[in-house]
Design a protein around this ligand. Structure first.
Ligand SMILES: Nc1ncnc2c1ncn2[C@@H]1O[C@H](COP(=O)(O)OP(=O)(O)OP(=O)(O)O)[C@@H](O)[C@H]1O
Ligand SMILES: [Mg+2]
Length: 223
């Protein structure tokens, strides 16, 4: 589904490489955590997976396509199969909670009743029905994060990548979100979650891809 082969990435003007000689395959239907210290390169790896950054060396294939030669339109089409939870949420400030969550479904035009019901159901699941007509500026950090999660899953993506998705919510909401993610995984969604939260991994065990200082240090099969 995603394959990194000896991939490196250096940010423009940076003196050191953020990612260096990273190789791994994400198999279709798999569930992994992505762990490692702050500054290790987790967000950089995610940005490459959603094709916001192209490797400066090596080969990256996403949905079996080498991303080096893809046009902006081809990238946009591939991204529609992905749910992405950004570390900094990236909600559109002029849209309400409901409109933000609906975005992946409205890209192709107006929603039908089933899709509208789906939006309501997912907003309810993350506990924000009472805020569905609010703008993001009126939400707490944890509420914004829950909107970002609802938006990422509403389309039942083939691939879900989530960058610290429970960093701003309490433990019980964290478990609820993990339940949602693992249910999607059981139905075939490939799942990769970057986290520092050991309790998440203990509660919901899955192998970890560990990145340190831009290198893959190990691929642990135990939680
Ligand atoms: N836009 C940028 N320009 C230059 N360097 C950057 C940029 N973004 C990140 N870096 C550098 O790349 C390295 C990896 O950063 P990255 O954000 O991928 O780490 P991370 O593992 O996601 O950290 P955290 O756990 O704090 O979110 C760091 O050394 C960082 O300083
Ligand atoms: Mg990060």
């Amino acid at each position: 589904m995603i394959s990194f082969e000896n991939v490196a990435y250096q940010y423009p003007k940076a003196r050191t490489t953020a990612i260096n000689d990273v190789s791994f395959d994400l198999e279709e239907g798999s569930f992994h955590y992505l762990t490692g210290p702050s500054g290790a390169g987790k967000t950089t790896l995610f940005r490459m997976m959603y094709m916001d950054l192209k490797p400066t060396r090596g080969r990256l294939t996403v949905f079996n396509k080498n991303i080096a030669g893809l046009s902006a339109d081809e990238i946009a089409i591939l991204r529609r199969r992905m749910g992405i939870v950004f570390q900094d949420f990236r909600l559109l400030p002029h849209l309400t909670v409901e409109e933000n969550v609906s975005l992946p479904l409205t890209l192709n035009g107006a929603m039908d009743k089933k899709q509208r019901d789906c939006v309501k159901e997912i907003i309810d699941w993350v506990g924000l029905s009472h805020k569905s007509r609010e703008l993001p500026a009126f939400l707490s950090g944890g509420e914004k994060q829950r909107v970002a999660i609802a938006r990422a899953v509403v389309n039942r993506p083939r691939l879900l990548i989530a960058d610290e998705p429970t960093g701003n919510v309490d433990a019980s909401m964290g478990r609820r979100i993990m339940h949602l993610f693992t249910e999607l995984n059981k139905h075939g969604t490939t799942l990769l979650i970057a986290t520092h939260d050991r309790s998440l991994i203990t509660d919901c065990p899955a192998p970890s891809i560990v990145v340190e200082n831009g290198h893959l240090s190990r691929l642990s099969s135990v939680a």
